[in-house]
Design a protein around this ligand. Structure first.
Ligand code: MGD
Ligand code: MGD
Ligand code: SF4
Ligand code: MO
Length: 705
């Protein structure tokens, strides 16, 4: 047994520090406990994080696989990499956009940077994105538009300083448990907790005030609260005049409070209470209930507007989106996805020149657009415009809306899947490249408050499995051998390379090194120097003018979008709204949690209000029903649950069933899909519909009664 070494939990973006060692026995990779010395969590952990790290479910891929005669069959690495390289080289002959690359917020900064460099600087493709677009893109667009740069201004240090905590469209008690403990402590210590969620979520159950909008009406509600704040004299005139622009236009565009409140299905006095909350030192956190909407960017901006108008920017207050995946932020900063490393603007000529020079590639190879986003890249695959697709640490067959369409799109071309586990997407692959997982790789991640910390290897990957950076390096070596200096990519060298590229940018972390992280464990950017770290963004209390935003004018900008409605309203044929969310014991598409020994935790169980069940009694048979949308139909178990409002069908995201039903409409500003609402109906389970519950029962894969 070796000594414990510091690492970071990869199960969510709270970014808790762990101490880990190689696991002696069992299928677990490592044995971990909270790191008391870690500045992020001081030793706190949550049970899901630890359990999924120590004892993940799911089936590891332990050797490369190649499809032959319709079946995935074991192959050696040389054959697998050779096949991949030949297909990519052939495809690139037809044009740079003939290869699509889909990455993930679960890659380290080093792997994300290397993959982005290969996709943009090696292949030169526009069709490159990551699953972070399914998650944080709307918040990102909102920050960039309002402040001139991405990433939330506050840090965890602001949580205990706040008087009021508004949690909007997020359920951190389940999704970000350690952070939620700090929020609940602060709220319990004389503060107030307000939750905005149509569902009586676990977090909402703790709230002092629970506001329940109709699903998908958050923009109307936020604008109503803004109008009420203006009407009731809660505007911080001095802050608005000195540090913002667009206030008058914003006020001119506001709806009538009563009308907007009615649209949101919230009583007007509730809206006033919500607005009044911003009269104290308030943090507003938000999650997927806001971002995953065709108006996600507009809604996130309205939450920022609420902060700006009431002077809720600065210590103990401000807009604080809750990042989901452990390295969603790092993917945005490092991966050359929607901006070049360090948030350099994709279309800025000087930045493009600098990147091309650093990478030693002709500027003409860099694509002129960052591409249409994850969901629209899938559409290009479906149209046959892309021959090769390479996925790394993402499971689009289950995570992307309208999965029937996704499956058809991925089946069409040549599909390369790089994953540690046998995901739903791996089942469709032409080549599977088996990757190392946590506890087996070296690198860094960035948590939601911009803290960079190390992930370390407690042991070597199993034989037959390679680390992500090694796989990316091996593909690069065969397709564009001049791109990387060495054929074997070294995580520390990759880190130094990308850190240097951020020098002088809005996400400068050039003062961070592995050596420094060994000492300090975690450092928050901006960190341009070898000592000191970033605090509240855009703010320096020692300056005469403490605020300097990264917009052209140096001022923060108000917005004026107005509510337009959900993309697929309910009607007589599909009279119910489907929403999708997270459970305590499962993670994202469930690749590693669906087959846990203790069953799937009701993974395909729909939660419905007893009234909804009573109104649709003929659609139920022995507790089962079929949920049907315009795209597909899935059989599920149903459970009566009064926490879900009447008219809503609630399905977990942890099973491919949910995205069979959802629609691929996306926010035109952020490209983030509207994953939280679509129209569905219920019917009796006797229509010969493919029944995932029965299929799994037959295979003995779970323990449903
Ligand atoms: N246990 C667990 N934790 C996780 C994950 C996991 O899979 N499991 N995944 C991680 C990832 S990648 C992410 S992105 C985060 C996500 O974390 P969250 O954003 O907290 O997760 P969700 O459950 O998707 O949605 C949050 C809430 O939005 C509400 N909601 C639905 N529709 C609406 C609406 O129209 N308006 C409003 N206001 N609210 C609405 C839902 O009822 C739900 O309570 O969690 C991270 N942590
Ligand atoms: N309906 C609906 N759909 C949703 C959501 C929703 O709320 N509702 N949420 C969306 C959100 S917020 C997100 S983030 C996405 C997530 O969507 P996906 O990325 O499709 O889902 P994950 O289950 O997180 O898949 C991650 C994959 O990466 C693999 N993996 C993990 N670590 C490593 C590694 O180190 N290396 C490699 N190579 N592979 C690794 C895992 O085994 C797994 O197969 O889903 C989105 N889809
Ligand atoms: S809160 Fe998130 S980062 Fe912390 S232990 Fe739990 S899953 Fe891991
Ligand atoms: Mo996410």
């Amino acid at each position: 047994m070796t000594d414990r070494e510091s690492t970071t939990c990869m199960r969510c973006a709270v970014g808790c520090g762990y101490r880990q060692r190689d696991a002696d026995e069992g299928r677990g990779v490592v044995d971990v406990r909270g790191d008391e010395a870690h500045p992020t969590n001081g030793g706190s952990t949550c049970s899901r994080g630890v359990r999924e790290t120590v004892d993940p479910g799911g089936e590891r891929v332990t050797e490369p696989l190649i499809r032959r005669g319709g079946e995935l069959r074991p192959a050696d690495w040389d054959t697998a990499l050779g096949t991949v390289a030949v297909r990519i080289i052939e495809a690139l002959r037809e044009g740079n956009d003939n290869v699509a690359v889909l990455g993930s917020g679960q890659q380290t900064n080093e792997a994300a940077y290397a993959l982005g460099k290969l996709a943009r600087g090696g292949f030169g493709t526009r069709y490159y994105d990551a699953n972070t677009t399914l998650c944080m893109a709307s918040a990102v667009r909102a920050y960039v538009q309002a402040f001139g740069s991405d990433a939330p201004p506050p840090t965890y240090e602001d949580v205990p300083e706040a008087e009021t905590h508004v949690i909007w469209g997020a359920n951190p008690k389940i999704a970000h448990p350690v952070l939620y403990r700090w929020i609940a402590d602060s709220a319990g210590d004389g503060g107030e907790l307000i939750v905005v969620d149509p569902v009586e979520s676990e977090t909402a159950a703790d709230a002092d005030l629970h506001v329940r909008p109709e699903p998908g009406t958050d923009l109307a509600l936020a604008r109503a609260a803004l109008a009420a704040a203006v009407d009731e004299g809660l505007v911080d005139r001095e802050f608005v005049e000195r540090h913002t622009e667009g206030f008058e236009a914003m006020v001119g565009s506001l709806p009538d409070v009563d009308v907007a409140a009615e649209t949101a299905g919230v009583p007007a006095d509730r809206v006033s209470e919500l607005a009044a909350a911003f009269d104290s030192r308030t943090l507003v956190y938000w999650g997927m209930g806001v971002n995953q909407s065709v108006q996600g960017t507009g809604t996130a901006r309205s939450l920022i507007d609420l902060c700006l108008a009431t002077g809720n920017l600065g210590p103990g207050s401000g807009p604080f989106s809750l990042t989901g995946q452990a390295n969603s932020m790092g993917n945005r900063v490092c991966a050359s996805k929607s901006s070049w490393p360090g948030y350099r603007a994709f279309d800025d000529v000087a930045d493009r020149k600098a990147i091309a020079r650093e990478w030693g590639v002709p500027m003409t190879r860099l694509p002129d657009s960052s591409g249409p986003g994850f969901v629209r890249i899938v559409d290009e695959l479906a149209r046959g415009n892309v021959d090769v697709c390479w996925t790394v640490a993402t499971n689009p067959v289950a995570g992307v809306p309208d999965s029937g369409h996704v499956r058809a799109a991925l089946e069409d071309g040549f599909l390369i899947v790089q994953d540690a586990f046998r995901s739903d997407t791996a089942e469709l692959a032409d080549v599977v490249l088996p990757a190392a997982t946590w506890g087996e790789s070296e690198g860094t991640v960035m948590n939601m408050e911009r803290r960079v910390s190390r992930v370390t290897a407690a042991r070597e990957p199993p034989e037959g499995v390679r680390r992500d950076v090694d796989i990316i390096g091996a593909v690069a070596d065969r397709v564009v051998p001049e791109l990387f200096e060495s054929t074997r990519l070294d995580p520390e060298a990759l880190f130094d390379e990308v850190a240097a590229l951020t020098r002088g940018t809005t996400a400068d972390f050039s003062g961070i090194s592995y050596e420094r992280l060994a000492e300090e464990l975690a450092v928050r950017w901006p960190a341009p120097d070898a000592d000191g770290e970033g605090g509240y963004r855009y703010y320096n209390e020692d300056d005469a003018d403490p605020w300097s935003f990264r917009t052209d004018s140096g001022r923060a900008r108000f917005s004026n979008a107005s509510h337009e409605g959900v993309p697929e309203p309910i009607d007589a044929e599909y009279p119910l709204t489907l929403t999708t969310g997270r459970r305590p014991d499962a993670y994202n598409t469930g690749v590693r949690t669906r087959m846990d020994a203790d069953g799937d935790g009701g993974e395909t169980t729909a939660r419905l209000h007893p009234e909804t069940i009573a109104d649709n009694l003929t659609a139920f048979d022995r507790g089962r029903t079929v949920v049907e949308s315009r795209r597909s139909a899935v059989a599920v178990e149903a459970t009566p649950d009064a926490d879900v409002p009447p008219g809503l069908v609630w399905l977990p995201v942890h099973n491919p069933a949910a995205n069979e039903l959802t629609l691929s409409a996306a926010d035109p500003e952020s490209a983030e899909p509207n994953l939280k609402q679509c129209a569905v109906g219920l019917s009796a389970p006797d229509r010969g519909v493919a029944d995932p519950v029965d299929e799994r029962r037959a295979s003995g894969a779970d323990s449903l009664p």
